[in-house]
Design a protein. Structure first.
Length: 581
């Protein structure tokens, strides 16, 4: 079934064409759910933009749109407010019928996308020879949520864990490993060795040796690189353990790092040089995409081979993008990286356009950079340990689970320890992920265990508890999820029922919004608003002691639909729900 916004867009466009002609067939109705219920349920300000084009007053344009709008079956008479806003209120009987359709649909009214696409989501990307730290948290869980949503909408998602295993850092690490006689036992030891050799690289002679080691590594068959293989395996094994603890859908087969394209770098550069796209610049090889200059205003190159002959970060990313377009034949690529990489990706996309990688078979490809801000400590600075190091992701998960276990123990000490541990894991990890996903991803945010584990406010524990509470109501009401007697209907009449029903009907629009703008916080905000609407409903509308059996069943169905919506929304964010907390 069409989402309400999709349906309304279709009707508004038809009205605009009838009122002003086919030249406006692509006019944007500018529709959105109303933030304030007193203005109705949906609002359009299409008249504002059209008025400028038509040289008419916005209110006059709004009146003409309403005069041609087909709304009688789903909405009350539209209201024109202010200079030309068009407000709509859904009819209670139409809303009840729509909710009944959603209730009977296991996908809760969310259709698979028309024209599904093959999409690459590039996320996580841990550093070789280093333990994952808090800086990797955002890319990992934002990317995972985006991938889950695309899959739910029917797209073919190719997850890519683009690890850095072929650059200077790798040369430095293998240099350090080959210089030591002590056995390597864990990733922490390897990271300490890397820090030591990185410090030693301040000596020009050592630095030159490590650059040469990197060059040798990049020109040697991978099956001959014993130290490289060992370092890579240790890093990926540790990362996989963290993915499993975080309930993130990244698998070893999703790893396709810099080394995967190692046979392509030289031929790619030669091809681009023959085409005249890549040229020598101060001893290096670079591409000059239009629009990028240095401080002096001179054209700035995208360096694909350094003057010492090694391949660099831009080389790796360009080869990966070429592979995704040419071999994987994707229609969309989404990168989740922090905002410090914004200029790099802007240049990468500009180079891709210059090379014609942005179009294939007359289809325009879409390259998205889902940038995100920094995780801050309570001092407003990037989150660090007291010694000034990045907080390890494993330690962060440990602490979240420990605090959640203590919280569960305080609330339900009668539960067996194993059950409290299971709940503690779900709540702790859920809280950690939700606190991040609830932020506008482009912003920095302040990390706080106390806030993320709070049982009130926009937190995972609050929503998980809301779900568990509703399931308890259902059990007392004697119904199972989605199972009701034949002929039972949702009949919203009370204002609180109508508010909850309208919020439930908006769920498909929230999911579609995320797929377009790649902002998981749209879902978190929706789920929190839904839980708030449910609380008002439950306070004002007796469920188990409703005045009639028909009303009791209608309200139980609203309860069940709310629970299923909370569960699906949290599932799409990679957060578990619990029947009991």
């Amino acid at each position: 079934m069409k989402s309400i916004l999709v349906e309304l867009h279709s009707r508004f466009r038809a009205a605009i064409v009838k009122a002003f002609g086919g030249a406006f067939a692509d006019a944007d109705p500018v529709l959105r759910p109303s933030a304030d219920a007193k203005f109705g349920n949906y609002q359009s300000n299409a008249a504002m933009g059209l008025a400028k084009k038509l040289s008419e007053k916005p209110r006059t344009v709004a009146e003409k749109i309403v005069g041609h709008l087909d709304y009688a079956d789903l909405a009350q008479t539209p209201e024109i407010a202010g200079p030309g806003f068009i407000n709509l209120r859904l009819k209670p009987e139409w809303l009840g019928e729509r909710l009944g359709q959603v209730f009977a649909d296991e996908r809760l009214g969310i259709d698979r996308s028309e024209g599904t696409e093959r999409v690459v989501v590039d996320y996580s990307g841990p550093n070789i020879a280093k333990e994952m730290h808090v800086g990797h948290l955002r890319s990992t869980i934002i990317g995972d949520a985006i991938a889950r949503i695309f899959e739910f909408l029917g797209h073919e998602v190719i997850r890519q864990n683009h690890i850095g295993d072929w650059g200077l850092q790798m040369g430095m690490v293998t240099y350090a490993v080959e210089q030591t006689t002590e056995p390597l036992t864990d990733l922490g030891q390897l990271e300490r060795m890397y820090r030591t050799v990185n410090k030693a690289s301040e000596d020009p002679a050592v630095r030159a040796a490590m650059v040469q080691k990197t060059k040798d590594l990049q020109q040697t068959p991978k099956d001959e690189l014993r130290a490289w293989q060992m370092v890579r395996a240790m890093t990926l094994s540790a990362a996989q353990g963290l993915y499993e603890r975080l309930d993130v859908n990244l698998k070893p087969e999703d790893v396709r790092g810099e080394s995967f394209y190692s046979d392509e770098y030289g031929p790619m550069i030669e091809e681009l040089r023959r085409q005249g796209v890549a040229v020598e610049t101060e001893g290096a090889i670079g591409i000059f995409p239009p629009g990028f200059t240095n401080k002096e205003g001179q054209p700035r190159p995208f360096i694909i081979q350094s003057r010492d002959g090694t391949f660099q970060y831009p080389t790796f990313d360009l080869a990966a993008l070429r592979f995704r377009v040419r071999e994987l034949k994707v229609r969309r690529v989404v990168y989740t990286h922090d905002s410090r990489q914004a200029e790099h990706f802007a240049m990468l996309f500009a180079v891709a356009k210059l090379l014609g990688l942005d179009r294939t078979n007359d289809h325009e490809l879409r390259f998205d950079y889902a940038t995100f801000g920094t995780v801050l400590g309570e001092d407003g600075k990037p989150l660090k340990t007291r010694s000034g190091e990045n907080v390890k992701l494993a330690e962060l998960i440990d602490e979240a689970e420990r605090r959640a276990f203590n919280l569960v123990t305080q609330k339900n000490p009668e539960l067996a320890e194993a059950e409290r541990r299971t709940i503690g894991h779900a709540v702790g990890v859920g809280a950690l992920k939700y606190a991040d996903l609830a932020q506008n991803r482009t912003n920095d945010y302040m990390f706080s265990f106390d806030k993320m584990l709070a049982m009130d406010g926009n937190t995972a524990p609050y929503l998980m508890y809301a779900y568990a509470r509703i399931k308890s109501i259902e059990r007392k009401g004697g119904i199972e999820a989605g199972a009701v007697p034949a002929g039972a209907r949702i009949v919203p009449e009370h204002p609180a029922e109508l508010d909850l029903g309208r919020k439930l009907a908006q769920f498909p629009d929230a999911i579609l919004d995320v797929s377009q703008h790649l902002r998981p916080n749209i879902i978190t905000a929706y789920l929190y608003d839904l839980s708030q609407a449910f609380s008002v409903f439950y306070e004002n509308c007796p469920v188990l002691k409703a005045e009639s059996e028909e009303k009791r069943m209608s309200r139980l169905m609203l309860c069940d639909l709310t629970a299923r919506t909370l569960k699906l929304g949290l599932d799409l964010l990679g957060i578990r729900t619990l029947e009991q907390m």
